[in-house]
Design a binder for this molecule. Sequence first.
Ligand code: M6R
Length: 359
Amino acid sequence: QKEGYRFFMEKEIYEQSTVIGDTMLGRVLEDRVEFEELDPSLFEGIRSIKICACGTSYHAGLTGAYLLERLAKIPCQVEIASEFRYKEPLLTPDTLFIVISQSGETADTLEALKMAKRAGLKSLSICNVDNSSIVRESDATILTRAGIEKGVASTKAFATQVMVLWMLTLYLGQKHRTLAPETLAKELDAMRHTPRALLVEEKLHEKLHRLSKRYLHGHGFFFIGRDLFFPLALEGALKLKEISYLHAEGYPAGEMKHGPIALADAELFTIALMPKTLLYDKIKSNVEELSARDATILAISPEEFELADDFVRTKNGDHPMLEFFEMMVVTQLLALEISIRLGNDVDMPRNLAKSVTVE
Ligand code: M6R
């Protein structure tokens, strides 16, 4: 069933363009986003959102919070489920509780959902598995339609979770009239181009295969980004450590000077996410500081960056979300190629299970 791919993860990276189309089908319309599965009363009296999830799904949630606050103007907080459960959170019924889970069976996320329900909150799950425990427990569900994901390292499920959160942002922005019609039209247009941004070009994959050789050794990796690209940096680092067993950290680029830059030397590999459409000058100066301290830089950007030791050029420099999805593919392929070169079992990394049903 790998259909010529070496690993399921590789197949799933290549499937992303198609499954994102499935996620959007019947929901992204000419002039608006609709979710037939949602009863509009779910959002009555809601003034804020709390998102709760684990691992990669948590990173999707962090991405969603930037979108929901910026575009739909709804205050949004994101919590790691295993932390949320024991912190004695203050919950008010004007908060919509959103849980995100690929499997729908993650124990901590399920228990967090039950807790929020006991506190009287309305709940919405974003899930890939219909009829899973989390779907059954929540008041409403948006299915991500990624199809079965076999690789333990989540790829296409993450892409579809982020897409659902983006769509939900536009849906709420329309509903609450917080989104100007011109902005909505621009977002919808970008959304329709997403399947194209997710196509994997042979040349790109070959380049990452070549680059992976250089990035096998060293003190470790920092993935850095700002704004939406900070959660993507976290996700890039998680993917790499899960399947390569190399140390990797995701960091907000502006925070490097508050400590981590002390680690900088040629053996510190920095994967810099440098989108053209979001804070380019800011991230550029953060990367320049690292380069001045001899860090080895792999820049991912549509803009040529002279100080980079290696450079992967992305194309979609006209909308932050298109840049997000294209850079996501680059980080996934980098992790895949490094892991393959190290001879690891990409689909079944050591110590990990696809679904974490124990707390
Ligand atoms: O099924 P879930 O989305 O609830 O799973 C949450 C995490 O266990 C999961 O995302 C994990 O971090 C993946 N292995 C990441 O690739």
